[in-house]
Write a protein that binds this ligand. Structure first.
Ligand SMILES: *Cc1c(COP(=O)(O)O)cnc(C)c1O
Length: 408
């Protein structure tokens, strides 16, 4: 009999291949997809024990499922979290963390530069249920401090931000929160678990949209919430169990298998992104390049301190405002126009007319979202092909205004 393997003693890449595996009596090599909504019990007594929580087995897929649990245990091992709960989408995770923790009369502080739907929950939805919110410039620690009220319960932030890749000082923001027992949740989608560990920087909770790098191949939606056993138990477990935004076992199986290759993909995509960012900075027509791994990034030193890499995303601004950005996006061949990110395929999006379209011009400027801004998610293609594609697309800025564009 082989000794059982303890994944907590292994390094991250090994944890991501073996951690959390539940093998059935068939001894399958690849993790099984338990496509079942429920489980049968040996006896009425056992059913009773399951519901009383004295028998640890599975009950119903809205609460838990063996494949979903494999994914949760594996990603918890990577994050260094005691507990994880998977959700149907990234937004279901953010929603559960907010509504699970907050009640009427509470107050939440968040950074202005947030993923659009996160900002909608905080700015529009929570106030409808009596939870007040204050949005601050995330880089300005004095604003976090000044926003705290006696009833402030939660800080929420993302770093690097979407789409302008601003980097916020997570440890310093957590120190402000800890003065009065405010709980901090970090949306760590852009950094990925490979490049940043908010729990180690003092955060109480980390959320991911697994739709992005964790799937990494654009196949299915998903989300996950990570924190201490106590945090998950007190704030999110009952909310998820009773309201039902469960991750499907099929999607869990896809993202579970994706975790095996996550370190390889993210490392390669970040290396390529760094190369693409440097090339973009030299190309005519580009007026600005934003990349946390470049020395000209305003928070370069902070990014080096709190992250283990640059980013797989690059933001850049082209000449000619919206018309210029549209021309460049339309002239790209390899790089596709799509608002997903973290994908194996390189994807470009024009945030001011898509993901951030609902904001007023003044709000967009406040977040640094100019008309000529493009956000590029760098995929697994050869970076030299991507640089050539960008170089030829930027030439379109020289075309006459009425030129016909043919997409291949
Ligand atoms: C995509 C994304 C979300 C939402 O995730 P979904 O899976 O689309 O629901 C939340 N935060 C950030 C930063 C994201 O990029």
């Amino acid at each position: 009999m082989k000794k059982p393997f303890d994944p907590t003693r292994a390094r991250p890449a090994t944890r991501l291949v073996h951690g959390g595996t539940l093998r059935s009596e068939f001894g399958e090599t690849s993790e099984a997809l338990f496509l079942t909504q429920g489980h049968v019990y040996d006896s009425a007594e056992q059913a009773e024990a399951r519901f009383k929580n004295t028998d640890p087995g599975f009950i119903y897929a809205r609460f838990s499922n063996p494949t979903v649990q494999m994914f949760e245990d594996r990603i918890a091992l990577l994050e260094g979290a005691e507990a994880a709960k998977a959700t149907a989408t990234g937004m279901a995770a953010v929603n559960a963390v907010m509504f699970g923790q907050l009640s009427a009369g509470d107050h939440v502080v968040a950074c202005k530069a947030l993923f659009g739907s996160c900002r909608y929950i905080i700015e529009t939805l929570l106030p409808r249920f009596g939870v007040q919110s204050t949005l601050v410039d995330g880089a300005d620690l004095a604003q976090w401090e000044a926003a705290v009220r006696p009833n402030t319960k939660v800080f929420f932030l993302e770093s690097p931000t979407n789409p302008t890749l601003e980097v916020y000082d997570i440890a310093a923001i957590c120190r402000i929160a800890k003065k009065t027992d405010i709980k901090v949740t970090v949306d760590n989608v852009f950094a990925t678990p490979m490049m940043q560990s908010p729990l180690q920087l003092g955060a109480d909770c980390v959320v991911y949209s697994t739709t992005k790098h964790i799937d990494g191949q654009g196949r299915c939606l998903g989300g996950v919430i990570l924190g201490s056993k106590q945090f998950i138990q007190d704030n999110v477990y009952q909310y998820l169990r009773q309201t039902g935004p469960a991750m499907s076992p099929f999607n869990a199986w896809v993202v579970l298998k994706s975790l095996e290759t996550l370190p390889l993909r993210v490392e390669r995509q970040a290396q390529s992104a760094a190369k693409v960012a440097d090339a973009l900075a030299e190309l005519p027509g580009v007026t600005k390049v934003i990349y946390p791994g470049r020395k000209d990034h305003p928070q370069y030193e902070l990014a080096r301190r709190q992250m283990r890499g640059g980013s797989t995303l690059v933001a850049f601004e082209v000449e000619g405002g919206k018309a210029g950005a549209f021309r460049v996006a339309n002239a790209l061949n390899i790089i596709k126009i799509s608002n997903n990110l973290g994908d194996a395929k390189s994807l470009v999006t024009h945030p001011p007319t898509t993901t951030h379209d609902r904001f007023t011009p003044a709000e967009k400027l406040e977040m640094g979202i100019t008309d000529g801004l493009l956000r590029l998610s760098v995929g697994l293609e050869d970076p030299d092909d991507l640089i050539e594609d960008l170089a030829q697309a930027l030439k379109s800025l020289e075309w006459p205004a009425d030129a016909k564009i043919v997409r291949l």
